[in-house]
Design a protein around this ligand. Structure first.
Ligand code: ADP
Ligand code: ADP
Length: 227
């Protein structure tokens, strides 16, 4: 079944910059897709539009049969930004609780969900720590827990590990693969690393600034594909 469909999507920003000129793409449930391409080719823009964080100028995007951003429930999408973007004044627990709080869940109702999400990333014992006490990799794990706490089916990651050292990045890549496998997720992973895209995904979607759309769409047959 098709989860995401982009049809001839164009995006021009208010200042006149054209980021996408006719991007079309279908993503099936359970795929791990990477968007690969040089800086400025529109990867982030495409991802934000799938999440409904940016509108399209023309064309259409549907997610699970609904126009992007108008799905049954925003809870269905988890989004991980490039920087960990944690609230420095709040504990790990409070940071991960935030999306549930915004949906009106009380702390007591949310606690088991927050604990489950922290356990998923190996940080069950760090609920009361503050972001400044954590390593870069651990902060990124907290932001993955925050994205997973609403139990999304779709996880969107925008160059999440670009700022981390190579060892940490490699560990986190394996952890993301485990999450994908164990939770039946669909993942879109934005990167400009050829290595990362090939290592992680079952399908590499290559984009270029000119023409501002998909230039190659490569299915990999190395066994990462969920069955
Ligand atoms: P990538 O993620 O591939 O690096 P982006 O999607 O961030 O590329 O950007 C695509 C193009 O759109 C770039 O030229 C960028 O400068 C421009 N752009 C991105 N966001 C904005 C914005 N809010 N306003 C104007 N131009 C933008
Ligand atoms: P990074 O992923 O940023 O490289 P590491 O996972 O290598 O971080 O851990 C850096 C330090 O933080 C380690 O020396 C370890 O003591 C501590 N640490 C990281 N994750 C955990 C964890 N889940 N439980 C306990 N300590 C941890």
């Amino acid at each position: 079944p098709v989860l995401i469909e982009m049809k001839d999507v164009h995006k021009q920003f208010g200042n006149g910059t054209v980021a996408l000129r006719g991007m079309s793409l279908q993503i099936r449930k359970g795929e791990f897709v990477s968007f690969l391409g040089p800086s400025g080719c529109g990867k982030s823009t495409a991802l934000k539009m799938v999440a409904g964080l940016l509108s399209v100028s023309s064309g259409s995007i549907s997610v699970n049969g609904h126009p992007a951003g108008q799905g049954s429930d925003g809870n269905d999408i988890g989004y991980v930004f490039q920087e960990a973007t944690l609230m420095p004044w709040a504990t790990v627990f409070e940071n991960v609780y935030l999306p549930l709080k915004l949906h009106g869940l009380r702390r007591s109702e949310a606690r088991p969900r927050v604990e489950e999400a922290l356990a998923m990333v190996g940080l069950a014992n760090f609920a009361n720590s503050y972001p400044r006490e954590l390593s870069g990799g651990m902060k990124m794990r907290v932001s993955i827990a925050r994205a997973m706490v609403t139990r999304p089916k779709l996880l969107l990651m925008d160059e999440p590990f670009a700022a981390l050292d190579e060892m940490t990045r490699s560990k986190l890549n394996d952890e993301v693969l485990d999450l994908w496998r164990s939770h039946g997720l669909t993942v879109i992973f934005v990167t400009h690393s050829v290595f990362e895209s090939v290592y992680l995904s079952s399908r590499v979607v290559v984009m270029a600034a000119r023409p501002g759309r998909v230039v190659h769409d490569i299915a990999l047959s190395d066994g990462h594909q969920r069955t």
